[in-house]
Design a protein around this ligand. Structure first.
Ligand SMILES: Cc1cc2nc3c(=O)[nH]c(=O)nc-3n(C[C@H](O)[C@H](O)[C@H](O)COP(=O)(O)OP(=O)(O)OC[C@H]3O[C@@H](n4cnc5c(N)ncnc54)[C@H](O)[C@@H]3O)c2cc1C
Length: 510
């Protein structure tokens, strides 16, 4: 579009916003509607902060920590009654080619590099992810992990996994085995530096001065209880409000097949209203149709609890996936989208992961498995035939499958599914044996607002919207068609840090 056309269009939009709103509030999506009419720039502000962060997951906490560390007065707004979003319930997995304890090297798990992590990530998203943003993620995953260890007291388990779609062992786990390990570390850093966390506060609009390309974002409208308040950000707004897996209406706009019949692994607050507010003030959204299923959720509820992480951690140590007939149906080293599709193509719900005692300490802890057994999530048996009977799978089929797979591992060649083998994998020879049922559930939205290397939100002309930053699952364009498991934690942390650092550098508005 020519410069002239663009200017004319922006001017028209600004004029229509002003005309319906009686002020300069920008509302590109709903001119002339009742919604637009009430969206006048506030005459006065109820609170003023240097930096406002929306969302209290990895991205929001990391952004707040960095902004507060640079001396900004920072508030984190969270709509739910508890902090942490999807981050606090996540599986505790963090991809990084290295860490300051050098666990991979210590455990003899081969080589890796940020460069191979980068290549795997790009390939894992079918080459749709932004090469420059992926490079930032993979180059900065290790420093961000070490920062949480050094400044936040994060502790890691002595395990490193090779998970679906990764060509090396790089998936780290915090001692808690859930994302709380990282959120607590980040919350500690953020609060130590003076950031304030406010719960039960939902943002209901983003205020931008007007539709001119250089017009800044000024603050947000929020609902707190029955009160509607307007909060001003004199330096910047950081949107870190997560994905929209729980927003059935929104996900069906982009992929109508993802009906309410699907379970979701997400917390109830994972809805997409903030993407719309960002779009309404001119932000570009990208890759919205790329929505990931997690292949190993609890089949009836979609819960991704501690046991449901074992099938994800297991491929690098020899875990085997079978259908209800006790037969393998996919290469276990495959990405989540491939495994999910293969599970659904079996036409038999659920499928199962099979592992043995030896693998447990490589994937997690005995206590976690004991707790999962007590809750009926894992099934344990002394022989493969007994395990099959307990799982409701034909025993002779499972015995045959396991025998063949053990042989493939010895041969280093899988003629059925072309699985690759490493020397640290265990054959399923020695019991006790374990099984867990699994089925896909909606898990991650790869799409969202488009950002640049500085975590600035871009408008539909690819220009940064002044004083507007975003990080984490609310952003799109990084992971491509499919996010590799364990990449969201570093993504949100790394870009949260960048957003917070840059937000604090903005010169305060008078
Ligand atoms: C069960 C589960 C397990 C996972 N396991 C892993 C894993 O092991 N490794 C990995 O890499 N990834 C994992 N993921 C993905 C990863 O956890 C998420 O992508 C990541 O936590 C997103 O972080 P975030 O900070 O962007 O968003 P979130 O952590 O979701 O935080 C966003 C916050 O914004 C709040 N919010 C939303 N809208 C508003 C509003 N209007 N006003 C105010 N607040 C608002 C939400 O309530 C939420 O608290 C998992 C996801 C789930 C659901």
């Amino acid at each position: 579009m020519s410069k002239m056309n663009r200017r004319t269009m922006l001017k028209t939009m600004a004029m229509s916003a002003a005309a319906v709103g009686g002020g300069l509030a920008l509302n590109m999506t709903a001119p002339g509607t009742a919604e637009a009419e009430i969206k006048k720039l506030p005459a006065k502000w109820d609170e003023t902060w240097d930096v406002i962060v929306v969302g209290s997951g990895f991205a929001g906490l990391a952004a707040a920590a960095e902004a507060a560390g640079a001396g900004a007065k920072v508030v984190i707004l969270e709509k739910m009654p508890v902090y942490g979003g999807n981050s606090i319930i996540n599986g505790g997995e963090y991809n990084s080619w290295d860490d300051e304890l050098h666990l991979r090297q210590k455990l003899g798990l081969g080589d890796d590099s940020a460069e191979v992590h980068r290549k795997d990530t790009i390939k894992g998203g079918d080459f749709y992810g932004s090469p420059e943003l992926v490079k930032i993620l993979t180059d900065n995953a290790t420093p961000a992990l070490n920062w949480m260890i050094d400044d936040g007291g994060l502790k890691l388990r002595e395990v490193v996994n090779r998970t679906g779609g990764h060509s090396n062992y790089r998936t780290h786990t915090c001692v808690e085995g859930v994302g709380r390990g990282y959120t607590e570390a980040l919350r500690k850093i953020a609060e130590k530096r003076g950031a304030k966390l406010v719960l039960n506060t939902s943002i209901t609009w983003i205020w931008r001065q007007n539709a001119e390309a250089d017009s800044p974002v000024l603050g947000v409208e929020v609902k707190r209880g029955k009160k509607v308040l307007n909060l001003r950000a004199t330096r910047a707004l950081v949107l870190a409000s997560g994905g929209f897996s729980r927003d059935v209406a929104m996900r069906q706009i982009y992929n109508p097949s993802l009906t309410a019949d699907y379970n979701s692994t997400n917390h109830p607050g994972a809805t997409g209203e903030t993407v719309r507010y960002a779009q309404a003030v001119g932000a570009e959204a990208i890759h919205m149709a790329f929505i990931q299923l997690y292949p190993y959720a609890e089949p009836e509820t979609g819960l991704l609890d501690a046991p449901a992480v074992y099938p994800f951690r297991g491929p690098g140590f020899g875990i085997v996936y079978v259908n209800k007939q006790g037969k393998r149906f996919v290469n276990e080293m495959e990405r989540r989208d491939v495994v999910s599709r293969a599970e659904m193509a079996t036409g038999m719900k659920p499928t199962f992961s099979i592992f043995n005692e030896k693998m447990i300490l490589r994937m997690g802890t005995k206590e976690e498995v004991e707790a999962g057994l007590a809750r009926g999530r894992f099934v344990k048996a002394d022989s493969i035939a007994e395990l099959a009977t307990k799982l409701g799978v034909p025993p002779e089929n499972l015995e045959e499958t396991v025998k063949k797979h053990n042989q493939y591992m010895k041969d280093g060649h899988d003629p059925e599914f072309n699985r690759s083998f490493t020397k640290v994998m265990f054959p399923l020879e020695e019991g006790p044996f374990y099984g867990i049922a699994q089925w896909p559930a909606i898990h991650h939205t790869m799409g969202g607002v488009r950002i640049n290397k500085e975590a600035q939100v871009l408008d539909i002309w690819s220009k940064p919207i002044p004083r507007f930053y975003a990080a984490g699952e609310i952003t799109g364009g990084i992971h491509g068609t499919n996010r590799l498991g364990g990449n969201a934690t570093p993504d949100a942390t790394v870009f949260g840090r960048i957003a917070g650092t840059n937000a604090a550098k903005e010169k305060p508005l008078a």
